[in-house]
Design a protein around this ligand. Structure first.
Ligand code: FES
Length: 354
């Protein structure tokens, strides 16, 4: 057997060496859940931490491997950090969050519940931590050294400085991102067609970005089966609440209409506070303000105080009152130029108007 063949045979037989590590982390840097640069800064901070805690050493059985990954399929609320073998997914990880995850979870073994949004395994039933599985758990990880200016943990020289710089960079990026992001109040009003249709366009766009979206219809009948409701069912993951009585300009039981609209406002308030929506449409909400079914100032003060800062609210309906227009960030007035019924008596068409 010549030299080349023998080497090939040996590699094939022996296989490559497996380097031990305790945990593997993945950070998404695809860019939709959080800016890629922020994910990269988080990655640098983990590497600095690893260096400082000596968890970068190839022969340390507790070694932590951290990898930047393409889209992890969440695409919102980032940066996303996944810890394996535990199967624990964290979101919104900033410099402080990472410090907690690193100390409480990776060093001390207690996952940070407030930052978890998904567990691959039921809590407490995660697979054994790799060093325990391999039987080398007798070697304890290096104790946690907090990232406080002036403290000099054991480890390589310069490790704290590097981690401080990475954390500061991450904080700057998160601050920039928060300044850029704002939940808008959008109002589609006016006499023309297309107010709800335009709102549903926003909903579709947000749904396509895997944002959490919902619709509250204040006046549409609770049993309505319009095309958009059927579409939402087929798309999935869209909360749709219609609890009106199908009010029209000629309705004769106004007490019932008003009672239902107020009841729906109560549901809507609960959803705004607890629903976790990125985009919520309040369809035909303007009528509640215009007709005085709700106290407009009170309702807007409530929104001002309780709308989560990053949630986008889209409000539709004719007669948007002045205080709502002042409150909103974006107001569009639909104006009828020509209408098939008004011009030619053509009735509403399925797939176009309902
Ligand atoms: S873009 Fe980060 S999870 Fe999809």
């Amino acid at each position: 057997m010549d030299g080349v063949r023998r080497r090939y045979w040996m590699v094939e037989k022996a296989g490559p060496n497996m380097r031990k590590y305790g945990r593997q982390l993945f950070i998404c840097n695809h860019g939709d859940c959080a800016p890629a640069e922020e994910a990269e800064a988080l990655h640098r901070l983990v590497l600095e931490r690893n260096r400082q805690q000596q968890l970068n050493r190839l022969r340390n059985p507790h070694r932590i491997k951290c990898t930047l990954a393409d889209c992890l399929g969440v695409c919102q609320g980032g940066p996303i950090l996944v810890v394996y073998p535990d199967g624990i997914w964290y979101h919104g990880v900033d410099a402080e969050g990472l410090e907690r995850i690193y100390r409480e979870h990776l060093i001390e073994g207690n996952p940070v519940e407030e930052l978890i949004f998904h567990r691959h395994f039921p809590g407490g039933r995660e697979p054994a931590y790799a060093p325990e599985m391999r039987g080398d758990e007798g070697l304890a990880p290096v104790p946690w050294a907090p990232l406080v200016e002036g403290t000099e943990p054991e480890g390589e020289p310069g490790a704290v400085e590097g981690a401080e710089e990475a954390a500061a960079e991450l904080r700057r990026m998160a601050a920039r991102r928060n300044r850029r992001k704002k939940g808008l109040v959008i109002v589609n009003t006016g006499e023309g067609k297309g107010k709800t249709t335009a709102a549903l366009g926003i909903l579709t766009r947000a749904w396509g970005r895997r944002m959490k979206v919902g619709v509250v219809q204040f006046l549409k009948h609770e049993n309505a089966r319009f095309g958009e409701i059927r579409a939402a069912e087929r798309m999935g993951e869209i909360d749709w609440i219609s609890s009106g009585d199908g009010w029209t300009w000629t309705s004769d039981d106004m007490d019932e209409t008003v009672a239902r609209a107020r009841h729906t406002w109560g549901i809507c308030q609960e959803r705004i506070v607890n629903g976790g929506y990125d985009v919520l449409i309040l369809d035909e909400f303007t009528y509640l303000l215009h007709y005085g079914w709700l106290d407009g100032n009170e309702a807007l003060a409530w929104l001002e105080a309780n709308k989560p800062p990053l949630m986008h609210l889209v409000i539709t309906g004719r007669y948007a009152p002045r205080n709502l227009i002042d409150f909103a960030d974006l107001v569009t007035e639909m104006r009828a130029v020509k209408h098939p019924f008004g011009e030619k008596g053509i009735r509403a068409q399925a797939g176009i108007e309902y």
